[in-house]
Every structure is written in structure tokens, then in C-alpha cells.
Design a protein around this ligand. Structure first.
Ligand SMILES: Cc1cc2nc3c(=O)[nH]c(=O)nc-3n(C[C@H](O)[C@H](O)[C@H](O)COP(=O)(O)OP(=O)(O)OC[C@H]3O[C@@H](n4cnc5c(N)ncnc54)[C@H](O)[C@@H]3O)c2cc1C
Length: 393
């Protein structure tokens, strides 16, 4: 988090100081509860505090409650947010990081005026209903149906791995509206009110034991056509906007946070014994080499995030290049959490944190090469859409 960076003007640095002071004074000091409703209240409450403090939606349009500032200020906010160890965005993730941004670029004025302020004010939780059993990487094969009837889309089918569905108010839902279509054609992106009759939500526990995602079943769910974002049948292109944000900017804060986590690990390795049980771990050649390599990788990751932000300033969207940052972040995060588990040794199997570190972080990190497109899918995108390599079969 160097202050002397050509990227930042003196005004940017003044902004940074204001952010730093505000976060220090206002960040929550109580731990996030472990139950679903408690987490919802905690995450929305913290978002509300940011809104009331005048800090929500740094780069969102002013007319919908944002600050309308350049993305570089958003980056500064993320850097300071990570530095302050403010709480993870949690249940506000979908709304703030890809649902809201999709609405900004694709929704009607009425849809924006209704939904965007609610997201910024911390009034609602959003979830994402894209993946289905058998349609994850191959999203274009999805089969959940939407039938147009009396000004409504009548939805039948099933989604899976839906994060926060059990505590969400709205969903970015992708359905097949043309039964004769296949693949990318004939899909529609619609805002689904999760309180509508006909929706059943079943929990799935992940390998850490947390209830984070769900199966969602739709049985004749009637959604007003006014909730369609874009046009009926144009859902694929709207979904590509969503995935662009999800792969490109949604984890910018996590990416910045990673380098701070590494510094904690280095501090740990300086004072705790390594494999010989006597010398500090950092004196061990293997650990020292892995830590040094990770520090270099953190610099590369930070440069990639800056490059992505500059690109979005010019083009308005991360584009396929977001996949480079996403993939590099995911794999670096896994290497780092694996190293943390190796350093902690026996303590790693404890469920609690040891000086801010935990083996559960490694298990949790495995999701980053699956969600928002697996590592293989990101490599396909980089190969085909950035490097211009021939398409796979
Ligand atoms: C923590 C987490 C949160 C999630 N949250 C949500 C959510 O909120 N909403 C939602 O809709 N989804 C969510 N998902 C689902 C996620 O989008 C899918 O898991 C992901 O797209 C992969 O799909 P799949 O699980 O069906 O695996 P599959 O697509 O069946 O892939 C299985 C394996 O085959 C490989 N593979 C598949 N196709 C190719 C190919 N063309 N080339 C090379 N390799 C290939 C994959 O890389 C993978 O290793 C979440 C997933 C996780 C882990």
C-alpha cells in the first residue's frame, strides 16, 4: 500500500486519508454472527453504515445514490478497506459486486431507480440463479424454463450452488424462454423476487461445514415481465455483463487483501519454529523460497488489478481480461493458504485461528478456482478470446 505511487494524485491521497480515518472510526468491532439471519443483519447493517457515512457506491452514478467518482477512488477505497481489516462484503456481495453493476449498464431507468438505491442503502440481499445441475461451466445449456403468460414469465426448473439464496430478497435469474432454442439463444435475464410463491430453497453444506449455498426449485413462479433486464431472448448478452463484473472486479478487494495476509504470514514465520523445531521457519530454505516467490507474485497481482482498473476506466467493463486477474488471484490465494497450512503444522487442523491464520482458509480457497468459472474455463477464455487461439471442441 505504498503512498508514493504515480497512479495517485495529491487529491487521491487526501481522499485516501479521509477513507482511512472514517474506516478506523466506523468499522464494526463485533464479530460476524454464525447464523444466517444474524449474518444478513450484520452485513446489511454494515452496508447501511457505509451509506449513511457517505461512502457507498463510490463509482456508482450519483442519480442512484452513488458518489460518481472515478474507479481509481474505488481502488483506493478497497486498499484502505483491506488495510483496516473491515468486514468482508458477505451477503451484500451479489448486489454490490455484480447484480448492481449489471443493472447500471443494462437495466431500464425504472429498474435502476427502484433497485440500485436499495442495494446501496443495505436494504436488500441479492443472489445469483445461473448454475444448474449439468449446466455450470456449460451455462448456455441451461434448462430452467420461462413461459410468457399474461404479462408474466412463468418459471419452472432448478438452480444449484446459489450463494445466499436462503437470505436473499432478489435474484439475477437466467432462464430459457424459447423452448425451441439451444445454447446461447433464447435465454432471458430477469429479476426474481425471492418471496414469490412456488420457490423452494434447500441448503447445501460445504466441506468446511458452512451453509453458504443452496438448491433452488421454481414451481410455476410468476414473475412480472417488467422485471426482464434487456429484452426477452437477450439474456446471454446480459449474463456476459454479469460474469464480466463477477470475474473482473467483484474480488478486487480480496485481491488487495491477499498481500496483507502474506505479510502476516511472513511475520509469523520470523518468530515461529520451522520444520527442524528450533530455527524460525523463515530460516528454512524451502519456506523462505516459497514466501519470497509469493511476495513477488503479490506485486504482479497488484499490477494486474491496477491494469484492469485502468482498462475499465477507458472501456466501462473488464472484458475477457478480467479472467487473467481472476485466475491469477485464485491460484495465488491457494498457494498462499497452502503455505500457511504447512507453516502452522499441527495447529492447522484446529478450527480456530492461530494469530489470524487458519487451515480452513486453505479449504475455503479451493472455491476460487470453481466459482465464477473454473480455472479451466478462465484458461479457455484467455486462450480463445485474448490470445486468439483456436476454439476447443
Ligand atoms: C463457492 C461457490 C459459490 C457459487 N455460487 C454460485 C451462485 O451464487 N450462483 C450460481 O449460479 N452458481 C454458483 N456457483 C457455481 C459455479 O458457477 C459452478 O460451480 C461453476 O461454474 C462450475 O460448474 P459445475 O460445478 O457444474 O462444474 P462442471 O461444469 O461440471 O465442471 C466439472 C469439471 O470439468 C471442467 N470443465 C468443464 N467444461 C470444460 C471445458 N470446456 N474445458 C475444460 N474443462 C472443463 C471444469 O473445469 C471442472 O474441473 C458457485 C460455486 C462455488 C464453488
Amino acid at each position: 500500500m505504498s503512498k508514493k505511487n504515480h497512479l495517485f494524485s495529491p487529491e487521491d491521497e487526501r481522499f485516501r486519508q479521509q477513507v482511512r480515518d472514517w474506516l478506523e472510526a466506523s468499522k464494526p468491532r463485533t464479530p460476524r454472527p454464525s447464523d444466517a439471519q444474524g449474518q444478513r443483519e450484520y452485513d446489511l447493517g454494515w452496508q447501511r453504515t457505509q451509506y449513511e457515512g457517505g461512502w457507498a457506491g463510490i463509482a456508482w452514478p450519483k442519480e442512484y445514490g452513488g458518489l460518481g467518482l472515478p474507479l481509481i477512488r474505488q481502488l483506493i477505497w478497497y486498499e484502505e478497506y483491506a488495510r483496516a481489516e473491515a468486514p468482508h462484503v458477505g451477503a451484500s456481495m451479489v448486489g454490490l459486486n455484480h447484480g448492481g453493476p449489471t443493472l447500471i449498464v443494462r437495466a431500464s431507468d425504472e429498474q435502476k431507480a427502484f433497485h440500485l438505491p436499495k442495494i446501496l442503502k443495505g436494504e436488500v440481499v441479492w443472489s445469483q440463479g445461473f448454475s444448474e445441475p449439468g449446466s455450470g461451466s456449460d451455462l448456455a445449456s441451461l434448462r430452467t424454463k420461462g413461459r410468457v403468460e399474461d404479462g408474466h414469465l412463468v418459471v419452472n426448473g432448478q438452480k444449484i450452488w446459489t450463494s445466499y439464496a436462503h437470505i436473499s430478497d432478489y435474484q439475477e435469474l437466467l432462464v430459457r424462454t424459447d423452448p425451441d432454442s439451444s445454447r446461447h439463444r433464447g435465454l432471458t435475464w430477469i429479476i426474481c423476487d425471492m418471496k414469490l410463491p412456488g420457490i423452494t430453497i434447500r441448503p447445501i453444506r460445504n466441506m468446511v461445514g458452512d451453509h453458504h449455498f443452496n438448491e433452488v426449485f421454481y414451481d410455476n413462479v410468476r414473475i412480472p415481465l417488467a422485471n426482464v433486464v434487456g429484452q426477452i431472448g437477450e439474456g446471454w448478452s446480459v449474463a456476459m455483463s454479469t460474469l464480466g463484473f463477477e470475474r473482473g472486479t467483484a474480488h478486487a478487494r480480496d485481491q488487495i487483501e491477499l498481500s496483507l495476509e502474506l505479510e502476516k504470514l511472513i511475520a509469523y514465520a520470523k518468530v515461529h519454529p520451522g520444520p527442524d523445531g528450533v530455527r524460525p521457519a523463515i530460516k528454512d530454505d524451502e519456506f523462505a523460497g516459497r514466501l519470497a516467490m509469493l511476495r513477488a507474485e503479490m506485486s504482479a497481482l497488484r499490477s494486474l488489478v491496477y491494469t484492469m482498473v485502468s482498462r475499465i476506466e477507458k472501456t466501462g467493463s473488464p472484458g475477457p481480461e478480467g479472467s487473467i486477474v481472476r485466475l491469477y488471484f485464485a491460484e495465488t490465494k491457494q498457494r498462499m493458504t497452502r503455505l500457511a497450512a504447512d507453516l502452522l503444522g499441527v495447529a492447522a487442523i484446529e478450527r480456530h485461528r492461530v494469530e489470524g491464520l487458519s487451515a480452513l482458509d486453505y479449504l475455503n480457497s479451493l472455491r476460487f478456482t470453481i466459482s465464477a468459472g473454473t480455472a479451466e474455463i478462465q484458461r479457455n477464455i484467455i486462450g480463445e478470446r485474448i490470445l486468439g487461439l483456436p476454439r476447443g471442441k
